[in-house]
Ligand binder design. Structure first.
Ligand SMILES: Nc1ncnc2c1ncn2[C@@H]1O[C@H](COP(=O)(O)OP(=O)(O)OP(=O)(O)O)[C@@H](O)[C@H]1O
Ligand SMILES: [Mg+2]
Length: 281
């Protein structure tokens, strides 16, 4: 069964999507990993989808009316057409991004803006994703869920689907803002689902530079908060590099982005290794 990990932080713009996509590439394209990775985009902003398949493919998915994660949540609320309710076409909701010769691959369950409408009418939908994933998770080694920065039934859906949570944090003023919200939301989840084993893989500092004084202060604050809750903080950090946004534009991971520096890719690699160790990948 796949290890299932949600990238969550209630603070926005901390690198959830960037890390999800780069981790997916790391465990597939890099030698010696040979993993099968599924990325599930759980954000109506669908950044991970755009990053992984690009604008043209996104348009194609939408134009062809192909299913997305939205259809997983709305499978029971669709208006029956003349042929009755169509069963969700499982094969079509999963898009192959890249397959390598050794069999490793990245697949994607894309998102779309309409997922925001599901938020207005959450109903009893949070369990549907876990149910769907339970049918396919033996086909993967790792499933990464890229979450939106706000608490909603989608967060619950992510928890219900996951074994672990990975929390990227940008060490800057207000960096601790999402953490109390995360504590509360996980506590609420555990209160309702005592039998579901959901662990924190850890907090990873993203966009670090080492020379901004504010960074050290913020890291100390986050570490103090982490200590309070017994949370693991990754020793490896993902450093600031213009290659990350550039890679998003090019649809490439840090180690394939044009003119990206080798040491930057190496730093990400160290983090990926530590992450793999933490979750037993
Ligand atoms: N290590 C990094 N160095 C430089 N830029 C980065 C780094 N990590 C992420 N970024 C950039 O920061 C911005 C926010 O990153 P990203 O979209 O991954 O965050 P997010 O947490 O998924 O945001 P949201 O909460 O909106 O989903 C993007 O433009 C991304 O390219
Ligand atoms: Mg994102």
């Amino acid at each position: 069964m796949a290890k299932k990990v949600s990238l969550i932080n209630m603070k926005g713009g901390v690198g959830k999507s960037t890390l999800a996509v780069n981790l997916a590439w790391q465990f597939t394209a890099m030698p010696n990993w040979s993993k099968k990775v599924l990325v599930i985009d759980l954000d109506p902003q669908f950044n991970a989808t755009q990053y992984l398949v690009g604008q043209a493919k996104v348009k194609q998915i939408l134009d062809e009316g192909r299913p997305t994660v939205w259809d997983i949540f709305e499978q029971l609320t669709r208006t029956p057409d003349s042929k009755g309710l169509k069963a969700l076409d499982l094969a079509n909701v999963i898009n192959n991004v890249v397959t390598f010769r050794d069999g490793s691959r990245i697949d994607l369950i894309p998102s779309r803006l309409e997922l925001a409408y599901s938020l207005m009418n959450p109903g009893q939908k949070e369990g549907l994703l876990a149910k769907f994933v339970s049918k396919i998770d033996d086909q993967y080694d790792l499933i990464l869920l890229d979450c939106a920065p706000t608490e909603s039934f989608l967060t619950m859906a992510a928890y219900l689907t996951s074994d672990y949570i990975l929390v990227p944090v940008k060490p800057e003023y207000l960096s601790t803002i999402g953490l109390p919200l995360l504590v509360r939301s996980m506590a609420e989840f555990h209160a309702h689902h005592e039998d579901h084993n959901l662990e924190l893989a850890g907090i990873v500092f993203n966009s670090t530079t080492q020379y901004v004084p504010e960074e050290a202060t913020s890291k100390a604050e986050v570490k103090a908060e982490a200590k309070k809750h017994g949370w693991y903080v990754f020793k490896a950090e993902v450093s600031y590099s213009r290659s990350y946004p550039k890679g998003a534009r090019e649809g490439k991971p840090i180690f394939r982005t044009s003119y990206s520096r080798w040491d930057q890719a190496q730093k990400f690699h160290s983090f990926a290794k530590e992450f793999a160790d933490r979750i037993g990948l």
